[in-house]
Ligand binder design. Sequence first.
Ligand SMILES: C[S@@+](CC[C@H](N)C(=O)[O-])C[C@H]1O[C@@H](n2cnc3c(N)ncnc32)[C@H](O)[C@@H]1O
Length: 244
Amino acid sequence: MILSFFVAFITTMHTSHKILITNDNSPTLQNPITLETYHSMNGAMIEAQHVYYDAGTAWHLAKSPKPLLHLLEVGFGTGLNAMLTMSRLTQLGVRCHYAALEPFPIAMHCIADYSSQLTAAYPDISKTLLTQLHSTDLEIPIHEGHTLSKHRVLLENFHPSQTFDVIYMDAFSPSTQPELWEPEILQNLAAMLAPGGHLVTYCSKGSVRRGFAAAGLEIERLQGPPGKREMLRARKPFLFSEGL
Ligand SMILES: C[S@@+](CC[C@H](N)C(=O)[O-])C[C@H]1O[C@@H](n2cnc3c(N)ncnc32)[C@H](O)[C@@H]1O
């Protein structure tokens, strides 16, 4: 809890995050207090593609094709997952409403440096899209029929009236922010999934698996991204019994 307070304090004070280059040349940020990085050091871009887009959004669309997808990301951070997902969905001609929780937005000067490094390594990435994603907290139309609504709210206090087709659970790890991986929080996340919806996370810890299973989700352990043996995908069955 005390550690969580410092994570929040440092981020809110806009103390400089350090930019690190990961193994696939994409940058990530490091929290100056916990030293936890926003992405895997084995490849930030590969992680975003493998854990969130491929195992989450692409998998969901393969199972339930639809022209409009409702997505939720816990921990918007640098916007890498959002940017990659929107770019891929544009190629498929699928629109999305992307909701993202970020109680501690990164300072714009830091995002500007991060974006420069990212686009230097990946010239196909639109710097305009990245800037757009960070430009406001309000619901904003993004190109190609996508909308983004950022919520400056803690996951613990987020109680949406709608459900989501796909949830990206990308909070800091249970060792840094254990309160975000408690059974009640996992149960709330399960309740936010639409029937047939999928939640993906890099975290495959036993207590997290059991928490999602206890909340009535079907759990799959998948091959993780480079450097990580496993990741999790959870599906909400159509006949859902909450908190089995
Ligand atoms: C691992 S990083 C997310 C990386 C991000 N998905 C990206 O692509 O850059 C975790 C994020 O969770 C945010 N966070 C911290 N406490 C939170 C809370 N209580 N609820 C929601 N998000 C939180 C942090 O500010 C941080 O941006």
